[in-house]
Design a protein around this ligand. Structure first.
Ligand SMILES: Cc1cc2nc3c(=O)[nH]c(=O)nc-3n(C[C@H](O)[C@H](O)[C@H](O)COP(=O)(O)OP(=O)(O)OC[C@H]3O[C@@H](n4cnc5c(N)ncnc54)[C@H](O)[C@@H]3O)c2cc1C
Length: 477
């Protein structure tokens, strides 16, 4: 797309800001060439793009503080960025912003097995946190499917989850403390190295705040001893509704698997073609994993299989070996990549009460038929965190808009049945204007007042999370 050249005032402002950033950072940490800033123009919600004014890549908390002081004085918006894998446009720049990337803050600072925590710089990738402790028999539990790439910083900002969060909880349940730099450059410590640190529970406010309140530079994370063993069972069903009912029955029986993952036919087909994991050709598939000692695993699997049999499964395949377990998970783990090979897609993230799964899956099917756009479902069914993938063709005029309208209908449905707009991906720009479906003006106002306290000038990631209508006045002020 042809962009008009910026006017002289904008250029002069950019060059003053870049000069000031270069005064506090090494040259290789300031990206200001127009072509190079394009590397930061979007995150994983690629439908929206906008190159930033500049990007900075600090290496320490002090450097982050220095950058923020400059931007605060110059009144420049700042968008914090981890690895840019947000599916909600959380790290999407505005043309007048500085992207503050924490990728170079990637060191392990302390490991304490006796007290079961690890302290890392926030740009460290999720999987490499487990990588740092697994040889000693420990792991970090939250496991987003993007864990090879996404950073702890982004996980904290989005309160990310993953397949195994049914048992271990999401990021907020595994986060003990953070070092946070406020917009004016003040460095504060929140939480600590132990559960339930004293004072107000500000950690709960920071986790999930989507880069609105401060920039996280260090994090203390809870690590857990690796379980003795784990084993999945693969179950195929004749319809989405029956699979949904089976999930609901497993949870109702009081069994706590470590994961219950769901895939429907469009997703199974795409995944099989891509990963060849040996999945059955059926309408819906569940992967249920349990862990513990061999006896615990046998007992839990027996109860789960008994429940599944009541729903006439077309396939029941208990893993008997590590290789079989790997193959069962292979398809699920490559589902997003597989869908991306055949279509453009928008991935939603509504959460619903588990008992509503059959009804919501049926209604999604109806909405999809009405809109004339296919929807593939792959999600963390155990905690009701749905990921309908709406398939569309970005090159076909009007398809993106139809996709957005269908997405909004599905998310409204989630709220209607007692769920919420986002289980783990965050609000970002994607669901910003739907926030008023879930929250009353009074509730939104209360949340915006929290931002007023941390960031009175509304400079941190200001165009996200809150509906523009509600937040516009504050940002202008
Ligand atoms: C293929 C794929 C699979 C995915 N699977 C999952 C999944 O299973 N579960 C899940 O929860 N998510 C999933 N995601 C979404 C995404 O990976 C998560 O939201 C992740 O936590 C984002 O991390 P990031 O480092 O890439 O953050 P970014 O995309 O860079 O940023 C995300 C948000 O964090 C803020 N932020 C970044 N750094 C900081 C900081 N230092 N301080 C304050 N705020 C900051 C940004 O401003 C932005 O609002 C998936 C994404 C993809 C592409």
């Amino acid at each position: 797309m042809h962009m008009p050249p910026p006017d002289a005032g904008v250029l002069a402002r950019k060059s003053r800001i870049v000069e000031r950033l270069l005064a506090v950072l090494p040259e290789d940490a300031v990206v200001h060439d127009e072509a190079e800033t394009r590397a930061y123009e979007c995150d994983a919600l690629t439908a929206y793009r906008c190159p930033p004014l500049a990007a900075v890549l600090p290496r320490s908390t002090d450097e982050v503080a220095a950058v923020l002081r400059v931007c605060h004085e110059e009144r420049v918006p700042v968008v914090p960025r981890g690895s840019g894998t947000s599916l909600a446009g959380g790290a999407l720049p505005t043309a007048d912003c500085v992207i503050l990337g924490v990728a170079r803050l990637n060191r392990v600072l302390e490991t304490d097995y006796a007290n079961r925590f690890i302290r890392v710089q926030s740009g460290r990738t999720n999987l490499s946190v487990t990588g740092a402790v697994e040889a000693d028999g420990f792991f970090y539990a939250p496991d987003p499917s993007s864990q090879l790439a996404c950073a702890i910083a982004g996980n904290i900002a989005m309160n990310s989850g993953g397949a195994h969060c049914l048992k271990y909880g999401v990021t907020t349940n595994n986060l003990l403390g953070v070092t946070l730099v406020l917009m004016d450059g003040t460095v504060v410590e929140i939480g600590g190295a132990h559960l339930d640190a004293g004072g107000l529970d500000l950690l709960g406010v920071i986790c999930g705040s989507e880069g609105q309140l401060g920039v996280v530079t260090e994090a203390t994370l809870r690590i857990l001893p690796k379980p003795e063993g784990a084993r999945p069972v693969l179950m195929g069903f004749a319809s989405n509704e029956v699979a949904g009912a089976c999930v609901s029955d497993i949870i109702r029986a009081g069994i706590l698997p470590v994961a219950i993952e769901f895939m429907d036919r469009p997703c199974i087909r795409a995944t099989e073609a891509f990963a060849k994991a040996g999945y059955p050709d059926c309408e819906a598939l569940l992967i249920v994993e349990v862990e513990g000692s061999a006896a615990e695993i046998d007992d839990q699997l027996a109860r789960i299989v008994e429940i599944a049999r009541r729903h006439d499964p077309v396939e029941l395949r208990e893993s008997r070996s590590d290789e079989e377990s790997r193959r069962i998970w292979l398809g699920r783990k490559s589902a997003f990549g597989a869908m991306g090979q055949i279509n453009d897609y928008m991935c939603l993230d509504g959460t619903i009460p588990v008992t509503e799964l059959p009804r919501v899956l049926r209604r999604i099917g109806e909405l999809s038929a009405e809109a004339g756009l296919e929807v593939a479902n792959v999600f963390h069914a155990g905690d009701g965190n749905m990921h309908p993938l709406i398939l569309f063709d970005a090159n076909r005029p009007g398809d993106l808009e139809r996709c957005e309208r269908l997405g909004a209908e599905i998310l409204k449905l989630c709220v209607e049945v007692g769920g919420c707009l986002t289980g783990e991906h965050g609000v970002g720009v994607e669901k910003r204007d739907l926030m008023s479906v879930q929250f009353s003006p009074v509730d939104l106002e209360a949340q915006m007042r929290v931002k007023d306290v941390f960031d009175p000038r509304w400079l941190l990631n200001p165009a996200k999370v809150f509906p523009l209508e509600a937040s516009g006045v504050r940002r202008a002020g």
